[in-house]
Design a protein around this ligand. Structure first.
Ligand SMILES: [Zn+2]
Length: 152
């Protein structure tokens, strides 16, 4: 069955479910194999070393807004901004978990925390692979990050 799905080009992939720890915040993300996966079925992620990403252990799966649906928890979300104020850091006011947010690098999309999604039984995602991003030197490195994308 997995082999059949792998030929299908991704249209049949179930959405990936995610959310915060207490369950108040729940969302789903549509997988786009061509954009999200490498040839080995590994989900391409970004690990940033900036002050807030280090502190939260955030593992970035950045997707266009059209592939992200918030199913529950809009009222539970609390927003935190700092520095330029461009990023909307969102976390659950009940359990404190930051399961997704609007990043400064993609104000028109979402960065989903790969540590907060259920990938175990997904037919197409076999593993995670994270590339480092030097967010401490954000201005110097953001152009290179955008160049790697296929959806902007
Ligand atoms: Zn919560």
């Amino acid at each position: 069955m997995n082999a059949v799905n792998a030929e299908a080009g991704g249209a049949d992939d179930p959405p990936v479910a995610g959310g915060c720890h207490c369950g108040a915040v729940r969302f789903e993300v549509d997988l786009d194999r061509a954009q999200d996966l490498d040839g080995e079925g590994r989900l391409r992620l970004t690990e940033c070393n900036c002050s807030i990403c280090s502190a939260t252990g955030f593992l970035h799966w950045i997707v266009p807004a059209s592939r992200f649906r918030l199913l529950a928890g809009e009222q539970a979300l609390t927003e935190y901004r700092f520095g330029t104020g461009a990023a909307r850091h969102l976390f659950c006011s009940r359990c404190g978990v930051k399961s997704f947010y609007v990043p400064r690098s993609h104000p028109d999309g979402f960065s989903v925390n790969a540590r907060c999604v259920s990938l175990e039984d997904h037919p197409s995602i076999h593993e995670l692979v994270a590339e480092p991003f030097d967010g401490r030197q954000w201005e110097e490195n953001i152009a290179a990050l955008h160049e790697k994308e296929r959806w902007r």
